[in-house]
Ligand binder design. Sequence first.
Ligand SMILES: NC(=O)c1ccc[n+]([C@@H]2O[C@H](COP(=O)([O-])OP(=O)(O)OC[C@H]3O[C@@H](n4cnc5c(N)ncnc54)[C@H](O)[C@@H]3O)[C@@H](O)[C@H]2O)c1
Length: 361
Amino acid sequence: MDISVIGASGGCGREVVTRLVADGVLGRRELLQLVGGNPASSRPCYLHGLRADLQDACAENIPELDVTDNPDDIIGDVVVMAAGATFPTDARQVGSLKSRDDLARANVALFEQFAAAVARNRRGHPPLVIVLSNPVELGVEIFSRHLGRENVIGMGAFSDSQRFRWEIASQLGLSRQRVHASMAGEHGLGMVPLWSTVRIHGLRGEELAATVARLRGGLALAGFHSRLRSEHAALIAGMMADPVNGPVRALDHIATLPPDLRVALKPFAVHYSQAKTISATANATVDLVKALCEGRAVEVCVQYRHEGESGLVGPVGNRVILEGNVRRVVPADDLTDEELALLRACGEQCQRKIGEWIHGA
Ligand SMILES: NC(=O)c1ccc[n+]([C@@H]2O[C@H](COP(=O)([O-])OP(=O)(O)OC[C@H]3O[C@@H](n4cnc5c(N)ncnc54)[C@H](O)[C@@H]3O)[C@@H](O)[C@H]2O)c1
């Protein structure tokens, strides 16, 4: 399998590339393509240096490394889209923080440029595109229009689900592998915790239900989004008031909240600590690529453009079966009516925003 990483010089892109090489995900005859092409880049030689450095670091077991600045050269069977503008990381700039609307307007042309290039060169054998760049729902929509929706997934819901599993597991003193859970919806404040998908190794029936109820700490789904919005506003205000120590205080407070709120809020504090959420994002991406390389069918929670499945429309995070590309949406039979209603509302809201972003650009 060959993999192309667009935006390989960025924080996320570089970490994904480094992890793919260091973990030996690709063999010596396979290709890892580092794609640049940022016309505003102040370091146009960066990817050539990164390639040489990786070769020195991992000479014994390294795939072919190719560098290109030309979107028309992209040849990966899997294409990781990690290029684009992101929010500033300095908590002092939280007040002037660009909104998701601003981010969308900054990245819409970039999504369009790369999606069109991949589509015109890969007719008949489109790659699977994994969108990391934000807003992930916008990226999924634009790439899906060019490549067919079955060939495009967004990492946001996958990363959020990995976090959800970890937050539950760590509270119970378990390893993440022992917990299954999906965080669906939007990659942002519109995420929808699917508590009815939670499975904990060794627990069934009433014991599982009692454990889940204890974890949720009395926070019902009906109150989740209003509590999330108020906690988020307080978090941002706290980091603005004390940009130096604010992120640590925010992390301390977040640790006292139930797992679903921790999943949604922690990335903000991590981002404004200036560490960004690069390691978790790259780790989740590499996990997904490994599953793809093994060629087996896997259930994953990712952003996918729905066309009526389970009553959902638009690029919303949900469970799908992936086997090379998206084979089908997992039926929503095990979800509660409330979870499904929130997911549907989230899909409609994402659709509306995407319409504004694309037509307003
Ligand atoms: N850093 C994170 O924790 C994280 C996590 C998940 C998703 N994301 C998203 O991934 C994207 C990248 O984030 P980052 O932190 O790596 O940002 P970054 O600023 O470190 O890197 C941005 C990358 O995009 C490239 N780029 C920008 N404009 C381009 C253009 N016109 N043509 C080609 N390349 C271009 C840059 O050269 C660079 O390689 C953002 O949209 C961000 O929201 C970031």
